[in-house]
Design a protein around this ligand. Structure first.
Ligand SMILES: NC(=O)c1ccc[n+]([C@@H]2O[C@H](COP(=O)([O-])OP(=O)(O)OC[C@H]3O[C@@H](n4cnc5c(N)ncnc54)[C@H](O)[C@@H]3O)[C@@H](O)[C@H]2O)c1
Length: 268
């Protein structure tokens, strides 16, 4: 069986689901490493057969074939540039970090200069292939609405003076561009950033964020209209059991992207 060496950044809700899936794989032998912050408590939770790296030097010595980020915007800023300098391909889930044009340019230029790649996961969303195809079409108009239950917005609701348990009506937390959304809600609005990068850019996607006590899951409604036609999709994801802000499907999306990365047959 072929060995694939995967370095995962972080070991939270998504990364631990992903690691479990990779270790259970029957088709591929995944040798796994985790890049954790120095002294991270995740070290104790990690499975025994997974290598722990606490610096870029240790990550490099692990000799990964692919790096997968599932740790948050700060990890994209702190670790991804140095990993791209090693010429590694990096699959990024915290796509919202790329709303910062300076960081995006730095990452793209570094990947280009060192022969690496930045791969963006579809994550909690679908339909990005269609949005990519409509890029540049006349009249392209993309609207995205995120609707999640109060558990996903506990901190934000408290900051606005709402009692999380007592919310009875939907509350619109935000309306604006994908850039503002990704900057304001780093854990929740990666999907808006993915739409922006697939399509008309961060200023070209209009975003509404609704906290709804009646919501049965984390829902994403995307409408993309252009001269080419109309896409309207609704995805209702079950929240991750370990983190209500994240959708459970995200780890599976990363797994699918890892398989695609190594497959001779790729579906874009
Ligand atoms: N693309 C998508 O659709 C999508 C959907 C959900 C979440 N995400 C992204 O995935 C990230 C992880 O989600 P989660 O639910 O697993 O969150 P989580 O809070 O459960 O886990 C994040 C883990 O990363 C660790 N971490 C933070 N900074 C780090 C760093 N610099 N280096 C190493 N580890 C670091 C934290 O200690 C924590 O254990 C989110 O912050 C979000 O940016 C993307």
């Amino acid at each position: 069986m072929k060995e694939r060496r995967i370095l995962v950044i972080g070991y939270g809700a998504i990364a631990s689901d992903l690691v479990s899936e990779l270790l259970a794989s029957k088709e591929t032998n995944y040798a796994l490493g985790l890049l954790l912050r120095l002294g991270s408590s995740s070290r104790q939770k990690a499975p025994e057969n997974v290598a722990i790296c606490e610096s870029i030097d240790e990550a490099s010595a692990f000799r990964p074939d692919l790096v997968v980020e599932a740790a948050g915007h700060a990890a994209v800023r702190e670790s991804v540039p140095a990993l791209l300098q090693l010429g590694l391909p990096v699959l990024v889930s915290s796509i919202g970090a790329l709303h910062d044009d300076a960081l995006l340019t730095e990452l793209v230029d570094t990947a280009d200069a060192h022969g690496g790649h930045i791969i963006l996961a579809s994550g909690a969303l679908g339909g990005l292939d269609y949005v990519r195809a409509t890029r540049g079409a006349n009249g392209l108009d993309i609207v995205y609405q995120s609707r999640k239950p109060p558990a996903a917005w506990a901190g934000e609701l408290e900051a606005l003076g709402h009692e999380v348990e007592e919310l009875s009506e939907p509350v619109t937390l935000f309306e604006g561009t994908a850039r503002e959304a990704a900057a304001s809600y780093p854990q929740n609005l990666n999907v808006a950033a993915a739409l922006a990068l697939a399509g008309p850019g961060f200023e070209g996607v209009r975003v509404a964020v609704v906290c709804d006590p009646a919501a049965k899951g984390n829902s994403h409604v995307v409408t993309a209209k252009s001269e080419l036609g109309t896409m309207r999709i609704e995805i209702v994801n079950r929240p991750s059991p370990a983190n209500p802000k994240s959708s459970w499907v995200v780890a599976r999306s990363l797994l699918a992207a890892i398989r695609q990365h190594f497959s001779p047959l790729r579906m874009l």
